[in-house]
Design a protein around this ligand. Structure first.
Ligand SMILES: Nc1ncnc2c1ncn2[C@@H]1O[C@H](COP(=O)(O)OP(=O)(O)OP(=O)(O)O)[C@@H](O)[C@H]1O
Length: 355
C-alpha cells in the first residue's frame, strides 16, 4: 500500500504544445492517501486513461512527478511500481483453474507453496470463489472472471495500489450492483489504496470515499460524494453529478447582489459581486428549489414521474429551472413562484464557485 502524490503533473501528446488545449492533462496536484478508496470520474476524453497510464508507468508525463510514499517513481518502469490493474475485460488464463489463476502472481514471485495456499484460500473466501477453486476459469461468467482479475491483485502483499479501469463494463446490469458493493466491502477489509476509473457517477459515488472529478484534462473538484452534491466547486460538477443536474441561471448584479429574473437571490455567500469580473451564474440543484408564495416568477412546462417524486420543469425568463416535488404535494397548473434554499445556492464566476 502506498500514498500516491501527483506533483505539477501535465501531459501533452504533442511535441511542442502551444496552447492550453494542446495538453491532455493540465497541471494536476493530487494526494491519494495510503489505504483510501478513490474514484476518478469524468466524461470520455477528459484524460482518465492518460492519467492511469502515467501512474502505472506506461506513459512518461511531459511535466511533473509521480511519487509513491514520497519516493519519485516517474522514471520507474511499470513492473517496478507494484501496481495491480483490473481492466474492462477480465484478464484470466482460461485453461487454468481458478485456484491456479489466483496463485499465479505469487508463484511468479517464488512465494513458498504453503503460503500460496493459505493466501489463495483467504482471498477466494473474500471474493466468494471458494466453491469454484477447482474449476477451469473458462466456464465462469464475466463477473466471476472479473473477480479473478481482482483476486490476483488482492493476493499480492507487495501491491502499492489497485487500479480499476471501468471494471463493470462487461458485467450484466443485474450483477453490476452486486460486484460494486463487493468492491466497497473488500476495500473496507483490506484497506489497500484503490483508484476506480469510470464515467459513471453511480459507480464512482458508491465505491469511493473521495471522488476526483475531471473535465478537459483538469481536476474540477476532489471531494466526498456529499461535497460534490452539496457544494459543487464548478458548474461542470453540478451538471455531471446528480440527476437531473444542477440548474445554472444567468446572474445579473445590482448593488453587489445577485439577481435573476428581476429578483434578488439569497445565496450561501455574502460576497459583494460589484468587483467580480467574468461571466456570473447562479447554481442551485433541483433538490433545493421549491414552489412558494413569492420569489422567482416561473411557468410550469413539464411534469415527469420519477417514482417517489416528480421532476417538474419550469421556465423563468427563458431559462429552464427544474425542481423535485414529492409524491402527494401539489404542483401549480401554470404560473408559480420559486424559492431557492439559500444555503445551497451558489454564485459561479466563469464556471468556478465564488467563495
Ligand atoms: N495516443 C494519443 N495520441 C494523441 N492524443 C491522445 C492519445 N491518447 C489520448 N489522446 C487525447 O488525449 C485526451 C484525453 O484522452 P484519454 O483517453 O486520456 O481520456 P479518457 O477520459 O480516458 O477517455 P475515454 O473514457 O474515452 O477513454 C483526448 O483528447 C484524446 O483524444
Amino acid at each position: 500500500m502506498a500514498k500516491i502524490t501527483l506533483e505539477n503533473l501535465g501531459h501533452s501528446y504533442m511535441e511542442s504544445p502551444q496552447s492550453e488545449a494542446d495538453w491532455a492533462l493540465k497541471k494536476l496536484n493530487i494526494d491519494w492517501e495510503d489505504g483510501g478508496a478513490y474514484a476518478l470520474l469524468g466524461p470520455s476524453g477528459c484524460g482518465k486513461t492518460t492519467l492511469l497510464s502515467i501512474i502505472s508507468g506506461l506513459l512518461h508525463p511531459s511535466a511533473g512527478r509521480v511519487l509513491f510514499d514520497d519516493k519519485d517513481v516517474t522514471d520507474l518502469p511499470p513492473d517496478q511500481r507494484h501496481i495491480a490493474q483490473v481492466f474492462q475485460f477480465p484478464v484470466v488464463y482460461d485453461t487454468m483453474t481458478v485456484y491456479d489463476n489466483l496463485a499465479f502472481p505469487l508463484r511468479n514471485r517464488h512465494v513458498p507453496e504453503a503460503d500460496v495456499d493459505k493466501r489463495v484460500r483467504e482471498i477466494a473466501e473474500m471474493i466468494d470463489l471458494t466453491d469454484t477453486l477447482g474449476s477451469r476459469a473458462k466456464g465462469l461468467t464475466a463477473d466471476g472472471k472479473q473477480k479473478i482479475s481482482l483476486g490476483r491483485g488482492l493476493v499480492r502483499s507487495d501491491v502499492n495500489v489497485i487500479m480499476f479501469d471501468e471494471p463493470l463494463t462487461v458485467i450484466d446490469p443485474h450483477l453490476k450492483w452486486l460486484l460494486r458493493s463487493k468492491l466497497k466491502e473488500l476495500h473496507q477489509r483490506v484497506k489497500t489504496t484503490m483508484i476506480y476509473v469510470t464515467h459513471d457517477q453511480t459507480e464512482a459515488l458508491t465505491f469511493a470515499d473521495k471522488v476526483v472529478v475531471m473535465n478537459l484534462g483538469e481536476v474540477v473538484q476532489i471531494g466526498t460524494p456529499v461535497d460534490l452534491f452539496e457544494r459543487p466547486q464548478h458548474t461542470f460538477v453540478g451538471h455531471f453529478i446528480g440527476s437531473p443536474g444542477m440548474n445554472v441561471l444567468p446572474c445579473a448584479v445590482e448593488d453587489g447582489k445577485p439577481h435573476f429574473a428581476g429578483t434578488e437571490i439569497d445565496t450561501a455567500s455574502d460576497k459583494n459581486l460589484n468587483d467580480i469580473k467574468g461571466t456570473l451564474q447562479i447554481g442551485v440543484r433541483p433538490e433545493f428549489v421549491q414552489f412558494a408564495d413569492k420569489g422567482v416568477p416561473a411557468k410550469v412546462v413539464k411534469v415527469s414521474d420519477a417514482g417517489r417524486f416528480r421532476i417538474v420543469e419550469t421556465h423563468a425568463d427563458d431559462t429552464s429551472i427544474k425542481l423535485l416535488v414529492p409524491e402527494g404535494q401539489g404542483i401549480p397548473a401554470d404560473d408559480a413562484y420559486l424559492a431557492f434554499d439559500r444555503n445551497h445556492t451558489q454564485v459561479y464566476r466563469d464556471g468556478w464557485i465564488v467563495a
